[in-house]
Design a binder for this molecule. Structure first.
Ligand code: PMP
Length: 449
């Protein structure tokens, strides 16, 4: 290995901006250097380069429900790397991936039986959108090209997912390259009507009727699919009102439109069931997943597809590649081996049931923040919660950023977007850890002016 000319200096390198960080206020990092560097992780904690131990309030980026550095997973990873480290997925299969598809299909709602692998949530979203377009085309309804998303929705950063997504700052710079034929329905969050709801709000099912408005505008015969997160995660845990998802399902079915649930956050236990679809009792035509399937240890994503969609592709022109889509790393054996071990651990330790049993603990703790004068709203469902702070006059986002930075010094890795704090702690957390987390958040919010 060539010798480095100088001993590597991480802080200096960050200040010089060699590492252009994703979704980051890079200029601020360049000023602060080491304060942001996570050096190791174990269980539900990270340790920074400065030696501060941080409770992982969002399971990484919602992706590590088992916590970190479980030796059972690293052993499985090594064993697979020593056996079959990579295998092409085009015209070929490998047993660990085939078995994983079988396993995921068994966990999914009945009738969603076929798994297409990708490597991230963004790729999963684009895969599902392309499958929707292909499905209608194969059925002789190629005129159905429109894709409908929802305001404040997040489906990653690929061109499809970004276009169907509804987060304004993510779209702004790229307005000129948005996919054509995309429209958005309203999200069902209305602070005046649902603030401080616990679990699913009573009000809001009727907001699903906004889909009828979009259908009337464009005509159902031009619409391929509606894509929503059952619980909108990235924009601060927006919980579906009672009856809302049911109505979306009913409207889509009535108009021959596919319904896609983006379960990149909600999949694999976060809602106290394998999938949010099961928790809410609403069956979409496709489910996208990523994150927790491998506990975030190696990248993996994918789409679980209904029999109807899969069989439509299988009855297309013979001998052709039915779906001209896939990735070099689709069904990667290392990711599949890790996923098996993650799912084994979840089963052996009943971690989905544990997430369910922690839900009331998180709910009670998080809603105790309600008395703080700058707390604007609190929401929760499953092992997730969102807290909105009132922005400081003339400085939107400042309070969130300050809270995040205070957390780094006080033992909490917080996820603050604007003034919204999102929580999604690991399933292995103890009730005490959740209560301590909220107690520290209370203290830090109290210190904000
Ligand atoms: N969909 C949802 C619902 C997500 O929350 C995310 C990531 N937060 C994505 C898609 C994109 O996933 P990735 O970052 O793995 O591309």
């Amino acid at each position: 290995m060539p010798e480095l000319k100088n001993e590597f200096d991480c802080a200096k390198s960050l200040r010089e901006g060699r590492y252009w960080m994703p979704f980051t206020a890079n200029r601020r990092v360049k000023e602060q250097g080491m304060a942001r560097v996570l050096e190791s992780a174990s269980g539900p904690y990270y340790t920074t380069a400065d030696g501060v131990k941080l409770f992982d309030t969002l399971s990484g980026l919602w992706c590590s429900p088992l916590g970190h550095a479980d030796p059972r997973i690293s052993e499985a990873l090594k064993k697979q790397a020593d056996t079959l480290d990579y295998a092409p997925g085009f015209q070929l299969a490998n047993p660990v991936t085939v078995r994983l598809a079988e396993r995921i299909a068994n966990m999914a709602p009945a009738g969603l039986e076929h798994v297409f692998f990708a490597n991230s949530g963004s790729e999963a979203a684009d895969t599902a959108l392309k499958a929707a377009i292909g499905y209608h085309r194969l059925r002789g309804e190629g005129g159905r090209f429109r894709l409908i998303g929802r305001e404040r929705g997040y489906h990653g950063v690929g061109l499809g997912g970004m276009s169907v997504g509804g987060i304004v700052p993510n779209r702004k710079m790229f307005a000129t390259i948005m996919a054509p034929g995309v429209d958005h329905i309203r999200h069902p969050y209305d602070h005046a009507k649902v603030a401080f709801s616990k679990g699913q709000p009573e009000w809001g099912a009727e907001v699903a009727e906004d889909l009828e408005r979009v259908i009337a505008l464009h005509d159902a015969s031009t619409i391929a699919a509606v894509m929503v997160e059952p619980v909108q995660g990235s924009t601060g845990v927006l919980v579906p009102p009672i009856g809302y998802l049911e109505r979306l399902r009913e409207i889509c079915t009535r108009h021959g439109i596919l319904l896609i649930f983006d379960e990149v956050i909600t999949g694999f236990g976060r809602m106290g069931e394998n999938f949010a679809s099961q928790r809410f009792g609403v069956k979409p035509d496709m489910i996208t997943f990523a994150k927790a399937v491998t506990n975030g240890i190696v990248p993996m994503g994918g789409v679980i597809v209904s029999d109807e969609i899969y069989n439509t592709f299988m009855t297309g022109p013979e001998n052709a590649i039915e779906f001209a889509h896939g990735y070099t790393y689709s069904g990667h054996p290392l990711a599949a081996a890790v996923a098996h071990t993650v799912l084994d651990i979840m089963e052996e330790e009943s971690l989905v049931a544990r997430a369910r049993s922690l839900e009331p603990v998180l709910e009670e703790a998080i809603h105790s923040l309600r008395d703080l004068p700058i707390v604007h709203d609190i929401r929760n469902i499953g092992l997730t919660a969102g807290v909105d702070l009132k922005p400081r006059e003339g400085a939107p986002g400042a309070r969130g950023l300050e809270l995040f930075e205070k957390g780094l010094k006080s033992g909490l890795l917080l996820r603050c977007t604007g003034e919204t704090i999102s929580f999604g702690p690991p399933f292995i957390s103890t009730p005490e850890q959740l209560r301590d987390m909220v107690a520290t958040v209370r203290k830090l919010i109290t210190e904000l002016d």
